[in-house]
Design a protein around this ligand. Structure first.
Ligand SMILES: Cc1cc2nc3c(=O)[nH]c(=O)nc-3n(C[C@H](O)[C@H](O)[C@H](O)COP(=O)(O)OP(=O)(O)OC[C@H]3O[C@@H](n4cnc5c(N)ncnc54)[C@H](O)[C@@H]3O)c2cc1C
Length: 395
């Protein structure tokens, strides 16, 4: 197995393969570079073996125009601990950049800086920006963008009470009109919280300078001093096209944000990659011994993109298109409607990657609960062809 990319997804799937006894190599241009992003997830969505890598947790809360309890916990990961756990697996690490790959009679030939490699399957976990497969969107990309700072828990207690994690706060305390942004306010350690002004999705992504200005204005509104030092900057696509049919069942299987495992309406992918990695490894392991490299690649593809996963991804893409069409002033009220849905619907929509029935029921419940102005927008979004899953160059 060759895994391109040493982010959380690449490491998770490489470790899972190696633990099953597969000869596994991971290639990354900077394999020792620490993961700098603050990774969060719903606690129950994380696999049990990620428990040791939880840095902080909080009771999930969200505010549209009023406060809602989510009914579950939020967790922020300790990147170093997560990585150390994965790196304990017998994976060979190679410094390099994968430049391309082509099928061969016994798998795949991979072009690396300074040489080549043969593998049964190449798992492309090179992240959201660009994949080895080179799948690109034809139209403008919808992106999630954010700017965040770390502050003392005490200083932020009016915004996010100790023990809580504020998933989103849409109140316009930054004082600006225009495309709405929300505050993401979560504990990262016992005494620090991340306060991040976030644009959930916009095509193209809202500028970081706008987000920084709004964050500083919001902090001033709450009488919180902007701390000196580094800020977290976020920008990644939420509507990356799925690989097109030409690529199906090839020996290069995208994984992680490259796949894209990113939930189009929330931007989350890390917990999904951690959960899915052992299933992909098992599928590859079993298929390799039965049918060789081609069967292993096919099994990996089918595990990542089962018909159910494709169907749910399509539903989620359509809801992203709806969101992008909302009149800005109505977005917080839309989230009030969503957040007031029964817990099972919200959970299915946010986490049920292969739960077609649960996702469809959640969207049906949203439609039923929605006022007329929202229903129209939901229908328009559902009809937008950009909600179609396969929009790669060859579609
Ligand atoms: C600041 C920030 C915060 C985020 N917060 C969250 C969050 O809280 N929860 C969540 O679920 N998601 C979050 N995301 C979104 C997403 O989950 C992350 O982008 C996550 O890092 C994706 O993991 P990945 O392993 O798929 O890709 P990446 O982490 O992007 O890793 C890709 C790796 O591939 C390597 N690479 C690139 N090209 C090549 C090549 N040609 N050959 C070999 N290696 C290559 C890169 O060096 C990199 O190490 C966040 C994103 C950002 C930017």
């Amino acid at each position: 197995m060759l895994v391109a990319g040493g982010g959380p997804a690449g490491w998770a799937v490489a470790a899972a393969c190696a633990r099953l006894g597969l000869d596994t190599e991971l290639v990354d241009p900077a394999p020792d570079r620490p993961w700098r992003a603050t990774y969060g997830a719903w606690r129950e969505e994380l696999p049990a073996d990620a428990d040791a890598a939880v840095a902080a947790t909080g009771r999930g809360e969200a505010i549209g125009t009023t406060r809602h309890l989510l009914g579950w916990e939020y967790a922020v990961l300790d990147n170093a601990a997560l990585r150390a756990g994965l790196a304990a697996a017998p994976v060979r690490v190679v410094k390099g950049r994968v430049r391309g790959a082509r099928p061969s009679s016994d798998g795949v030939v991979v072009d690396l800086d300074g040489g080549g490699r043969r593998a049964a399957v190449l798992l492309d976990a090179t992240g959201a920006a660009r994949s080895v497969l080179g799948v690109t969107a034809r139209r403008g990309v919808a992106e999630q963008t954010a700017v965040g700072v770390l502050v003392d828990t005490d200083a932020a207690r009016d915004l996010v009470a100790p023990g809580s994690a504020l998933f989103m706060d849409w109140r316009p305390h930054h004082g600006e009109t225009g495309w709405p942004t929300f505050l993401y306010a979560v504990p990262v350690t016992s005494d620090r919280v991340l306060l991040e002004e976030t644009s959930l999705a916009h095509r193209p992504g809202l500028g970081l300078s706008v987000l920084r200005r709004r964050l500083h204005a919001r902090l001033a509104y709450h009488r919180i001093a902007v701390p000196p030092g580094e800020e977290e900057r976020v920008r990644f696509p939420v509507d990356r096209p799925l690989p097109t049919r030409r690529d199906w069942y090839g020996p290069v299987v995208p994984f992680g944000a490259a796949s894209p495992l990113v939930h189009p309406a929330t931007g989350y992918s890390v917990a999904t990659a951690l959960r899915l990695a052992p299933r992909v490894a098992t599928a590859v392991h079993d298929a390799l011994s039965r049918g060789g490299a081609a069967a292993a690649a096919t099994a990996a593809w089918r595990t990542v993109w089962s018909p159910a996963a494709l169907a749910v991804h399509t539903l989620r893409r359509r809801s992203l298109e709806s969101l992008l069409r909302f009149p800005p002033e109505l977005v917080p009220a839309f989230f009030d409607v969503f957040l007031a849905l029964p817990q099972r619907h919200r959970w299915a929509y946010l986490t049920g990657r292969e739960d077609v029935q649960g996702s469809a029921a959640a969207m049906g419940a949203l439609f039923t609960a929605a006022p007329w102005w929202l229903r129209g927008r939901l229908v328009l979004g559902a009809l937008d062809p950009r909600g179609s899953p396969a929009l790669g160059d060859d579609s």
